[in-house]
Design a protein around this ligand. Structure first.
Ligand code: HMG
Length: 395
């Protein structure tokens, strides 16, 4: 059987960054709560001329430069920060990226799980015709109300992935474990630009979904826990991955380590909890992109993965989740320049807390005509709204 999976991936984020130590101090909260308690050191914030389209296209640009566009006949855009109720964000991204017009484009939504739904659809398309390649863009801008418990778990990021036969990074295995339950743990009503969340319920829903999806994977012929070398979890904040690993340790009885913070004693088998958290600790929640950002972090910071089996747990509130596995391909280190994401994170412009709060309260997601100030130095920008339609341009 032809191997199908992730051939290449790339990550982009916003122009600005907020230090979570500064955010905690501005609220008279001990910084340890955010930095250790949540496992987050920074969060990305978008400039007024950035959104999921500009950020997603910016992630896809280097991917297409490395791999060309031949055989790409589908672009799936996964997001829960949609900029229009009707038109898929990927249509504007297609134009920015100069992709041919014989490409089908659609937007996929189910909270943070959307990226994995896109991946599953892409695997099906490529297995039907292995000469085709599918471009996935998973992009989100995670926004909660100011001064709410969710505020320190905001963030922004986009991952672009190319799904092909004979992939260079990760061959996805056929067995998967799925769990869907109707639960009101987190959602964003149509008339709100910030999410509504029941934080404690969302943690329980996530952990219960993990237990159920793991059981379903076992029922469908998935590998035993001892045959999985590294495990990635959706990371709304990186401490959540540690909670998930604790649950999986309980459920399976395996001695997988639950150490997360750099310098923590590894109290069992190291499955990459720390290595996979490096980008998300600095990005914040990037919803659909989060678990694939964890994959990028693992691949970029671990030289010894060739032939290893990786387990991936994708969770989207509401809630839909999936546990699947893949095998890291020989030569995976040659595909990407591992330093580029760290450099992009370092390049972000720091915001003071006053500046961040003003930006958060500024116009967001309206259809009122506007011309946005030129701020971002990313390849593409959101230029504003003209006659209620969003305008984009290459810089
Ligand atoms: P909270 O209630 O303010 O925080 O909000 P807390 O009191 O639970 O404290 C957090 C942790 O910090 C605790 O550790 C404290 O002990 C610790 P834990 O018990 O969890 O291990 N702590 C400290 N540690 C060190 N030094 C200190 C200190 N003080 C306290 N001084 C909550 C936390 C996560 C609820 C909130 O941030 C929130 O509502 N976030 C948004 C929802 C969320 O991220 N849920 C996660 C699961 S749902 C999901 O992943 C889906 C999602 O991505 C959306 C989608 O699918 O689209 C969100």
């Amino acid at each position: 059987m032809t191997a199908i999976g992730i051939h290449d991936l790339e990550l982009a984020t916003g122009h600005y960054v907020v230090s979570l130590t500064d955010l905690a101090e501005s609220k008279d909260i001990a910084p340890g709560k955010f930095v250790l308690g949540l496992g987050q050191s920074e969060m990305s914030v978008l400039a007024p001329d950035e959104d999921i389209v500009s950020m997603g296209a910016s992630a896809a640009k280097p991917l297409l430069e490395r791999n060309g566009t031949d055989g790409i006949r589908t672009l799936l855009f996964a997001t829960e920060s949609g900029v229009d109720q009707s038109k898929a964000a990927g249509v504007a991204a297609l134009e920015l990226l100069g992709l041919p017009h014989n490409v089908r484009v659609a937007e996929i939504k189910q909270a943070c799980y959307g990226g994995t739904a896109a991946l599953q659809a892409a695997l099906g398309i490529v297995s039907r015709n292995p000469t085709e390649r599918v471009l996935i863009i998973a992009a989100d801008n995670a926004r909660y109300q100011l001064d709410s418990p969710g505020e320190p778990t905001q963030g922004a990021g986009a991952v672009a992935m190319l799904i092909t036969a004979d992939p260079a990074l990760l061959a996805v295995e056929p067995a998967d474990g799925i769990s869907t339950t109707d639960v009101d743990d987190f959602w964003r009503p149509n008339d709100s630009t910030t999410a509504v969340v029941n934080g404690k319920l969302s943690i329980d829903a996530y952990l219960d979904a993990l237990t159920d999806a793991w059981g379903d994977l076992q029922d469908h012929g998935g590998p035993a826990i001892g045959d999985i070398d590294r495990i990635l979890y959706h990371q709304p904040y990186t401490k959540m991955a540690k909670k998930a690993q604790q649950r999986l340790r309980q459920v399976t009885g395996d001695d997988i380590s639950t150490a997360l913070n750099p310098g923590d004693e590894v109290d069992g088998r190291d499955t990459g909890l720390e290595t996979s958290a490096r980008y998300n600790r600095r990005l914040g929640n990037s919803y659909t992109a989060s678990v694939y950002s964890a994959l990028a972090s693992l691949l970029d910071h671990d030289d010894s993965l060739a032939g290893d089996r990786i387990g991936i747990f994708s969770y989207g509130s509401g809630c839909v989740s999936e546990f699947f596995t893949g095998i890291v391909q020989d030569g995976y280190r040659d595909v990407r320049d591992a330093g580029t994401i760290d450099a992009a994170l370092d390049r972000r412009v720091p915001l003071s807390i006053d500046e961040y709060r003003a930006l958060h309260q500024g116009p967001h997601g309206t259809s009122a005509d506007e011309v946005t100030p030129q701020v971002t130095d990313a390849p593409f920008r959101f230029a504003g709204v003209h006659e209620q339609a969003r305008q984009y341009e290459a810089r």
